[in-house]
Design a protein around this ligand. Structure first.
Ligand code: S3P
Length: 447
């Protein structure tokens, strides 16, 4: 097992421009949609991470022709149209750590004539699959064993699929996207009523001219997808990931006299809640050079050290657009003036690890008073002059990449001596994390 990292020096001031790795959600969606398109699709800057790797490997096992040239940073996927996967009996697909890979890809197997086994790593095998089993069963697929809702699971599809009406109340884009992708295999119109969540799948459907109608109704989105309509191969240049950028945004806010530009980041409103939250806390994060790329907003993020941050009573309506960023937002709240309050975040304990609990645990370890509110919220008593001098050890966190990255940023901004186990966990989403910290920003980390 790779060695833990030791961090015992805070980062020195910097004034830099960086580029972070490609967006994970868009990379996985590109691969999955390209595998069902007609012809050869090309992605530039596909994220070279383990989660995307798992998706590509599953698609290869489903008979899809893929050439991923990592050196030249492009990926070619040849699709043969809807429902064109060709595979052996007794197929096993391994999603490893990726919930997005498994939940989105399973939805394209609802018409498989053969039983397919789906597995994942220790973390993924703890995560709830009932959320996709229920709607996919309603379409006509069957899951085995019955009444089991975690991996490993088997799926067997059907030739007699019928469209469904689906109500999505968790604000989960994985659930919404699973139903939208499943709807592609089903004759007729599938209707979804959803609490808003990241809308990459909708934007890609529109761009690919897949028949989709979207309406807003009160605080819900009504989405209608007409199935059995083939679509053509496409080219896509994946923008940088705002969830990876988030660690560098907070690193800069909490460091002294520093400035950072992060180039070409996907800042789609349904993903960029962190910017609104931190700006409400008094940060001055600016988006420059904004443009629309195939429906997605992309911009350069400009951020500088914050003189001070204020606490926040975080509006729940921002939760889904910052769902992967709360650990690093909690760290910002630990240095803010006053008591911050985050609520209605029950989904956080259903991620790669129990993130709400981990946030609380790491803050407590740092001596920051906090209180968990049932299973959904946290109050954080910020300390603007927080400086750490003790020893801290981060281990047994189910290798959750975001727990690892948040701890690293805490160590580099607050001091103390940190020993962080399984640094390789970052490879699931952001393989260049340490390279950027060391080479671009000059931090001293013993790797
Ligand atoms: C994702 C959606 C989110 C997020 C995950 C990626 C996606 O999950 O946490 O990292 O690409 O659709 P939920 O939609 O289940 O909240």
């Amino acid at each position: 097992m790779p060695k833990p990292i030791i961090i015992n020096r805070i980062i020195k001031k910097y004034n830099k421009k960086i580029k972070v790795d490609g967006d994970k959600s868009l990379s996985i969606r590109f691969a999955i949609l390209a595998s069902q398109a007609i012809g050869k699709s090309k992605a530039d800057n596909l994220l070279k991470s383990e989660d995307v790797e798992s998706t590509i490997n599953c698609l290869k096992k489903l008979g899809v022709k893929i050439r991923w040239d990592k050196k030249n940073n492009f990926c070619l996927i040849t699709g043969n149209g809807l429902n064109s996967y060709v595979y052996k009996d007794n197929l096993t697909l391994n999603g490893n750590n990726s919930g997005t890979c498994v939940r989105l890809l399973t939805s394209l197997l609802i018409n498989s004539s053969k039983k397919i086994k789906i597995i994942g790593d220790k973390s993924l095998s703890k995560r709830d699959m009932k959320r996709i089993i229920d709607p996919l069963t309603e379409f006509g697929a069957t899951f085995y064993p019955k009444n089991k809702y975690t991996l490993p699971l088997y799926i067997k599809g059907s030739n007699y699929l019928t469209p469904i009406n689906y109500l999505e109340l968790k604000g989960s884009s994985q659930c919404k996207s699973a139903v939208m992708l499943a709807a592609l295999s089903v004759p007729g119109e599938t209707k979804l009523i959803c609490k808003p969540s990241r809308n990459h799948t909708e934007l890609l459907f529109k761009y690919l001219k897949i028949p989709i109608k979207i309406k807003k109704f009160n605080n819900f989105e009504i989405i209608k997808v007409k199935g059995k309509q083939n679509f053509k191969a496409f080219n896509y240049n994946i923008p940088s990931d705002i969830s990876s950028s988030a660690f560098f945004i907070v690193l800069t806010l909490l460091s002294q006299d520093s400035k950072l530009i992060i180039e070409n980041v996907g800042v789609n409103k349904s993903r960029s809640g962190i910017i609104q939250i931190l700006n409400k806390m008094g940060a001055k994060i600016n988006l420059k050079n904004k443009k629309n790329y195939k429906g997605e907003m992309v911009a350069d993020i400009h951020v500088r050290s914050a003189k001070s941050l204020n606490s926040i009573n975080c509006p729940s309506k921002l939760n889904t657009s910052a769902i992967d960023e709360f650990l690093i937002i909690f760290l910002a709240a630990a240095k803010a003036k006053g008591v911050s309050y985050f609520k209605n975040l029950e989904e956080l304990n259903k991620k790669e690890s129990r993130r709400l609990d981990w946030g609380s645990k790491i803050l407590s370890m740092m001596g920051v008073k906090n209180k968990l509110i049932k299973n959904h919220g946290i109050k954080i008593w910020g300390q603007p002059n927080l400086k750490l001098n003790n020893r801290y050890e981060i281990k047994n966190y189910l290798k959750d990449h975001r727990v690892m990255a948040m701890s690293t940023i805490a160590a580099l901004t607050l001091g103390g001596e940190w020993k962080i186990h399984n640094p390789e966990s970052i490879r699931t989403s952001f393989p260049s994390f340490f390279k950027i910290l060391k080479k671009d920003l000059g931090s001293k980390i013993n790797l």
